[in-house]
Design a protein around this ligand. Structure first.
Ligand SMILES: CC(C)(COP(=O)(O)OP(=O)(O)OC[C@H]1O[C@@H](n2cnc3c(N)ncnc32)[C@H](O)[C@@H]1OP(=O)(O)O)[C@@H](O)C(=O)NCCC(=O)NCCS
Length: 237
């Protein structure tokens, strides 16, 4: 594959971390090329998706992840496989041995993100904003008190933007930790400075006060997005 054929491109780069944007627009040839890069289990998973959009997101993101991980880890595609932590967070293995590569993937609509970091504990999230949802009603269930009151004070497109901004920030944190829905998103709040508009701040989960994460709002006109990355080695056993 030549560089011009790639459906991903560098999107954000910072000391030691890189986030790729993945183009997930429908393209049958591209999806067929991506599918050929996946291993048998991944192809079987691709086959089980009922919705075409979900299949495409999975194949294009997973193949892009494979190609970029192979480059970083200096291995061949056939030597790379994935293991899954308790709540489904994938990690990379080379010839069956866990690697130290820190990465995370998110996809929504026609956009995907793949993040790579120096330290373990990276989460990225991307949400394409959909208008007309019951933002306050959903917020009641997933946001904390300060987040809910900021949401109820906003109106129109500002409410939709705030809803998705908060969602992507909180989900990036949940994905950095790897716990999925087992951690209630209403049980913690984004840093006050970010609620007031700051683009980045340090964050600590209430139940993990000695584990700092660097949280960044990466939202832009096409989508809400965020990354969260542990800033020092985990202190939790
Ligand atoms: C996977 C999960 C963590 C996010 O799911 P999602 O929003 O549907 O999906 P995203 O596109 O952002 O991320 C999916 C990718 O995350 C990765 N992933 C899967 N489980 C994960 C986990 N437990 N932790 C981190 N990453 C995970 C996978 O690479 C997956 O991509 P793949 O299936 O193509 O391999 C979901 O299971 C979950 O529990 N989300 C919490 C949602 C929540 O509470 N949101 C409220 C925010 S206020």
């Amino acid at each position: 594959m030549t560089a011009g054929d790639a459906w991903w491109s560098p999107w954000r780069e910072d000391a030691g971390s890189l986030i790729l944007h993945v183009d997930l627009r429908p393209d049958r040839q591209r999806e067929a090329r991506a599918l050929a890069i996946l291993d048998k289990d991944e192809q079987a998973r691709w086959n089980r998706f009922v919705h075409r959009g979900a299949r495409r997101q999975y194949a294009l993101c997973r193949a892009a992840l494979r190609i970029n991980l192979c480059e970083r880890l200096g291995c061949a595609n056939r030597e790379l496989s994935f293991g899954y932590l308790e709540h489904g967070k994938p990690f990379a293995k080379v010839n069956g041995a866990p690697s130290s590569a820190s990465f995370n993937v998110s996809h929504s609509g026609r956009h995907g993100l793949i993040g790579f970091a120096k330290l373990d504990g990276l989460g990225v999230d991307l949400e394409v904003r959909a208008p007309g949802r019951d933002f306050d009603g959903i917020g009641e269930r997933v946001y904390g008190p300060a987040e809910r009151s900021a949401l109820s004070a906003a109106a129109g497109s500002a409410k939709a933007n705030l809803f998705y901004r908060l969602w992507s920030l909180k989900e990036a944190l949940i994905k950095a930790l790897g716990t999925g829905f087992s951690l209630s998103p209403a049980g913690f709040e984004v840093p006050r400075a970010m609620l007031e508009g700051a683009r980045a701040a340090e964050f600590r989960f209430p139940h993990l006060p000695s584990d700092p994460f660097w949280l960044e709002d990466l939202g832009e006109s096409r989508f809400a997005a965020a990354s969260a990355c542990r800033v020092s080695e985990s202190t939790t056993p």
